[in-house]
Design a binder for this molecule. Sequence first.
Ligand code: UGY
Ligand code: MN
Length: 255
Amino acid sequence: MHSQFGLLGSRTQVERNFALLPIGGIPYSRLPEWPDALVRVFAAPAIGANFAEYRIDMEPGQHGEHLPDGAIEHFLYMLEGEAELALTSERTGPGLHALTAGGFALLPPDCGYRLTARAKTALLLLRKRYEPLHGVECFKPLVGNQSAVRGEVYMGDEGALLQTLIPDAFAYDMAMNIFTFQVGHSLPYTETHVMEHGLYVLGGKGLYYLGNRWMEVEGSDFIWMGPYCPQCYYATGQTPTRYIYYKNVNRDFPL
Ligand code: UGY
Ligand code: MN
């Protein structure tokens, strides 16, 4: 955080293939599809990402509205609050859902929606160009709540649980997972992979290894990890760390 009178330090790091963006360093902006909401842009093509991700804060009655464009899929995750989500889709018909904290929706490119806040609401929005797969029908709208998704023990460590919000099937081209690490637990090894991540820390704190060094992270931090960014996590502090992250999956790479 910044002091009006002291030095203006920052944990922000922006490198060629990763960025650590503590939320306090990101100014608010507006988006046409979310006309009254306060938006903070985390990842966008300008930083090197192949997707866009935002945090959107809304007062009761404020809304977002998206018309289907046949190209872009949307993922919404409710950080806090209550909202009504109305879906319009010629392929799957209309739908109406009440979302509370932990609620999520993955909406295919042929689905439109209107999300209206019924209480003070904060959510994550991720937009990605859907990669169609020949012979496989695109997924249908998927709406749920993380509380109904069981955490699986990750690689034999009972202190590291992984919730997989989106089925691992070829109709989907992205994963959205929540990791919960008990204090003192970590990813089992430093990973390096071609897939990208957009990661938001839901709570707790710890050390993230990005590129070639460890750095402290805490709740409300966002991390973009580009292709081949070496990465690892180690939970510190006194409460478990939870983070939600995006990953592009289930598709080959254009040559
Ligand atoms: O799925 C993953 O790639 C995950 N283990 N990466 C991460 O948490 N940084
Ligand atoms: Mn990873």
